[in-house]
Ligand binder design. Structure first.
Ligand code: PLP
Length: 450
């Protein structure tokens, strides 16, 4: 059976972010079912999902309350849209529930089907907002190199992933990038706080270069996820906010990964104490059970958007799909009932970080870092002086393969290894995760020495 699925897949399916040619020889791993924090493949292997799927299955697999809510909704109203003055009960209820968990100054949301659609929406919304303020020339979005904001033309342009830009002739006009606050890779001998300030001040320089009257907004992930779990030094965010305020630039927090508890707060911006004008969210909003995204706007932005008749000529057939909204309501209520965000902040998050940090003594680990339920480690060949493995060795990929063979899904971004497990993971499962990571590091070291 496995082989037949692999053959069908290799013959007819173009995978995202995968060497599709290589799949013909190697075959995909066929994941057939999942429960709690574990996924199972067609060969019967049980693997601890250290990535919660794609950073999204925050409440773990098999949550009956979410499954039931979706099933009931499909029976009652499987589809209706939110265009032309229609709504449905689940969209209305979810909007109110989101207003409850969002920062206090945010009380309205616009629904999409994904994180990428959120960030496309953000660009159109921000332009619409500035036009409503009599500033139609404020159209430029500033983002960061190595950020990830999605795969649509606009999302990939906002993102700063070189391979994505190269394949599509991106970015599209009116999007530019500043450097990321990645101290381990780019900080040299500079102390982290000075480095953080310098990187933040690149935003100021860019605004001055382009002119305040042209710059619409700055968009960033509180923690850069797909770029390698890049955590800015403490000095960074306060300075970014000062600059946005001083030059009247909107700040958009892309919370597609950081949202819904991952940092021990409902949203990552709350971890840093910064108030965004817009928030993009997706993934954890339904714990990935159904596709849904939402853009939240501050009261000030909402007022601007409503000031000119209020019609925003934008929307998706699946904006606020009833079943997806039902999944989100059940998911968020479950999070509230289990007080999962507090658990991440005070209990399981600190435990994970404490255990993860023990890997720092491993001979091929140059740094461990993390916040809440997201963490990373850097693979190095030598610690002092620090050198990376030769690129051809593909140390990250080697480590990833050892992890899978040992029963753990970790993600490799170059030579940075990443975890973002479900928030419901137990202490025993954290112990298993870290022990398997250590064994896989040993195996990687051995393989790379050959
Ligand atoms: N923004 C961030 C920060 C992301 O990590 C992602 C996806 O990983 C996206 C946007 C795009 O979301 P989607 O894949 O749902 O379009």
């Amino acid at each position: 059976q496995t082989q037949s699925w692999q053959q069908l897949d290799a013959a007819h399916h173009l995978h995202p972010f995968t060497d599709n040619q290589a799949l013909g020889q190697k075959g995909s791993r066929v994941v057939t079912h999942a429960e709690g924090v574990y996924v199972y493949d067609s060969e019967g292997h049980k693997t601890l999902d250290g990535m919660a799927g794609l950073w999204c299955v925050n409440m773990g697999y098999g949550q009956q309350a979410v499954i039931d809510a979706i099933t009931e909704q499909l029976k009652v109203l499987p589809y209706y849209n939110l265009f032309f003055q229609s709504t449905h009960p689940t969209a209305a209820e979810l909007s109110a529930l989101l207003a409850q968990v969002l920062p206090a100054h945010m009380n309205r949301v616009f629904y999409t089907g994904s994180g990428s659609e959120c960030n496309d929406t953000v660009i159109r919304m921000v332009r619409h907002y500035w036009a409503s303020q009599g500033k139609p020339d404020k159209t430029v979005m500033i983002s960061r190199h190595n950020a990830y904001h999605g795969s649509t033309m606009a999302g990939a342009s906002l993102g700063g992933m070189k391979p994505m830009h190269q394949q599509g002739g991106l970015p599209i006009p009116d999007i530019c990038h500043i450097d990321q606050p990645y101290h381990f890779e780019e900080g040299g001998n500079q102390d982290p706080e000075t480095f953080g300030l310098e990187r933040a001040r690149q935003l100021e320089q860019k605004i001055l270069e382009l002119g305040e009257d042209r710059v619409a907004a700055f968009i960033a992930e509180p923690i850069q996820g797909a770029g390698g779990v890049i955590i800015a030094p403490d000095s960074y965010w306060k300075e970014i906010k000062r600059i946005c305020d001083q030059y009247h630039i909107l700040f958009i927090s892309d919370e597609v990964i950081c949202g819904f508890g991952r940092t021990g707060h409902w949203f990552g911006c709350q971890y840093y104490g910064i108030e965004p004008d817009l928030i993009s969210m997706a993934k954890g909003i339904t714990s990935g059970y159904l596709p849904l995204g939402a853009v939240a706007v501050s009261d000030r932005v909402a007022q601007g958007l409503l000031s000119q008749g209020g019609e925003f000529n934008h929307g998706f057939t699946y904006s606020g799909h009833p079943a997806a909204c039902a999944a989100a309501i059940a998911n968020i209520k479950l999070m509230q009932e289990q007080d999962i965000v507090t658990r991440v902040r005070d209990e399981i998050g600190p435990y994970l970080q404490q255990q993860w940090a023990t890997l720092a003594d491993h001979p091929i680990v140059g740094e461990t870092r993390g916040i809440g339920m997201v963490a990373a480690l850097e693979l190095v060949e030598n610690k002092v002086p620090r050198t990376r493995f030769h690129k051809d060795k593909e140390a990250g990929m080697v480590c990833r393969e050892h992890c899978i063979a040992n029963g753990l899904i970790m993600r490799a971004v170059g030579d940075t290894m990443i975890i973002a497990p479900p928030l419901i993971i137990t202490r025993t499962e954290v112990d298993q995760l870290v022990a398997t990571a250590r064994k896989s590091l040993d195996d990687t070291w051995r393989s790379l020495q050959r």
